[in-house]
Every structure is written in C-alpha cells, then in structure tokens.
Design a protein around this ligand. Sequence first.
Ligand code: IMP
Ligand code: MG
Length: 185
Amino acid sequence: MDIKSEDRLVRLGDLQFSPYITSSKIQARVRELGQQIAKDYQHTCPLIICILNGSFIFCSDLVRAIDLDSEIQFLKVSSYEGTSSTGEMKMAFDTLPPLEGREVIIVEDIVDKGHTIHFLHQLFLKKAIASLRLASLLLKPEAYEYDIPIDYIGFEIPNDFVVGYGLDYNQKGRNLPDIYTLYKE
Ligand code: IMP
Ligand code: MG
C-alpha cells in the first residue's frame, strides 16, 4: 500500500480501516433505490421502519430520495458486539403504530448472517399488514444464512467488517461519510 492510501486509513479503537465506498457512490446508489421505491409504491403511503442504530443515516437519505408521501418509524434492534453477530436479538422502542393494512418497508444498514432481518421478518409477518419488503444498504451474500429475499440492496460486499455511513465498530465510526473496510496488514 502506498503512503497516500496509508494516509487515508482511519483508526477506531484497536482497529484500522481503509476507504471502500465513497460518499458520492453511496449517494448515487441511494438516489436509484429511492426512485425504484417511488415507482413501486405509487399511489400508496408506505410505512418505513428504520432499524436503529445502524440505518439512521441511510434511512434519512433514502426517505428524501423517495418522492412520495411516506411515514417513518424507528425500531431499535441489536445482535452485534465488536465485529461479530451474537445471534441473540435485543429490541427496544418496540411501540409501533397500528400496522393493519400498511405497506411496510424495513430499512436495514447491512445484512450479514441475517439473524436481524429474519427476526424482523417473522415479527412483521405476524401482523395484518398489506405487504412487507426489505431494504438494506449492504448485503454480505457469503455470510447470509437465510433465503428471505432482500428487495432493495445498495451494494453486495465481501464478508469483511465495514464501518461508516451509520455503521459502527463499538459505537465509533458512524459519522464517517464514506464506508471503510477493515484494514489487514
Ligand atoms: P445479522 O443479524 O448477522 O445480519 O447482522 C446485522 C446487524 O449487525 C446489522 O444491522 C449491523 O448493525 C451489524 N453488522 C453486521 N455486519 C456489520 C459490519 O460489517 N459492520 C458494522 N456492523 C455490522
Ligand atoms: Mg443494524
């Protein structure tokens, strides 16, 4: 690695990360997803469920890229500690509006093993909603252990740990405008 790219490494606690997806690439892809969703949900008012904490930035950009009336709610779910998924789901802010007859879109930052999305999918399918679709900025296909289709995917990425644009390493790095991947020396 040359000195210039070494300069762009970011340190978060005990780990270093290198630039991976630029903010302008992310913004362009989010606009495309927003246009696709607006087309798919014409004449409806989807209920967008933002999964905290990781998807707060993606979701706020995405809803502004969807040129439709929509409603937004927040649900806090976590299964991650450090750089790996525990598989054990913790949920907070679980007071949702009436879901009956709603067109629901769940917005995640990243689908890794898929425990979180599987848990949410099960939870929402028990409600009398009209439809359910899943959106995720990132998907790690090699890690994904379920066959629930992710309807809107920003980028498919290798099975490496990433941070930035809402994604964290032990709560740090969420504010980085670009996405970074774990730097292996
Ligand atoms: P899953 O349940 O194994 O799919 O993990 C999904 C959740 O773990 C995501 O919503 C993220 O909060 C977190 N996560 C998974 N992979 C990463 C990563 O590479 N960086 C940061 N957080 C991640
Ligand atoms: Mg998350």
